[in-house]
Design a protein around this ligand. Structure first.
Ligand code: ADP
Ligand code: AMP
Length: 214
């Protein structure tokens, strides 16, 4: 099963993608997580990506596409994968289609987690991410058991630099301009499914599993 998660930044793509990956035993591939791991390890890619991420801009397609194409060829992705945060532009979507069609394959589902802009600011200002394992929480909706500490690994939780209010509006503008057109792109391919992302996390997941099947 090959799935794309669409939706605004902060809509809940990562939260749902992690659960999908677990239930269907496929890897969760998040370009944001890959970039953050590179930043943490101070790689050349990380240094370049950070310049864009800190401004709320997209990392250029040249730095993004090849790394995803290589990742989806790995052994653990043979039975499918769930892409979270990729594609984010039409050229990225075309590159993905091209790479898959070269091996006689295509995406199965593009799931749009629909959340209006007015809810997004709250989602992102309340998001806390684990510095070690990348688990995410929300200080009100999905709080950790102990404030500021990751339930899964016990490390510190932080507010991501790009979740600060001054960057959030820019990221939303970029989403509407460059990523939202993908909704039509996948509608035309007949694989778009939409879920109401304003519902609680369990209900969103139940709607997604209804779409994907047991
Ligand atoms: P994305 O991957 O789309 O950027 P996340 O999955 O990180 O978004 O979710 C953004 C924030 O909203 C996080 O703090 C997360 O805990 C919270 N969140 C996710 N899903 C829900 C939900 N259904 N209801 C309330 N908060 C949610
Ligand atoms: P995310 O964790 O998905 O919210 O991504 C965080 C940031 O990483 C984005 O705001 C972009 O700067 C960058 N990024 C993640 N995925 C992509 C992508 N597919 N194309 C370009 N930039 C990306």
């Amino acid at each position: 099963m090959k799935i794309i998660m669409l939706g605004a930044p902060g809509a809940g793509k990562g939260t749902q993608a992690k659960q999908i990956a677990e239930k269907y035993t496929i890897p969760h591939i998040s370009t944001g997580d890959i970039f953050r791991a590179n930043i943490k390890n101070n790689t050349e890619l990380g240094k370049k990506a950070k310049e864009y991420m800190d401004q709320g801009l997209l990392v250029p397609d040249e730095l993004t596409c090849d790394l995803v194409m290589d990742r989806i060829k790995e052994d653990d992705a043979k039975n499918g994968f769930v892409l979270d945060g990729f594609p984010r532009t039409i050229p990225q979507a075309e590159a993905l289609d091209k790479a898959l069609s070269a091996i006689g394959e295509s995406m199965d589902y593009a799931i749009d987690v629909d959340v209006p802009d007015e809810n997004i600011v709250n989602r992102m200002s309340g998001r806390r991410a684990c510095v070690e394992c990348g688990a995410t929480y929300h200080i009100v909706a999905i709080p950790p058991k102990q404030e500021g500490i990751c339930d899964k690994c016990g490390s510190k939780l932080i507010l991501r630099d790009d979740d600060k209010p001054e960057t959030v509006q820019k990221r939303l503008d970029v989403y509407h301009e460059q990523t939202q057109p993908l909704i039509d792109y996948y509608k035309k391919q007949g694989i778009l499914k939409s879920v109401d992302g304003t519902q609680d996390m369990e209900k969103v997941f139940a709607d997604i599993t209804d779409i994907l099947g047991a």
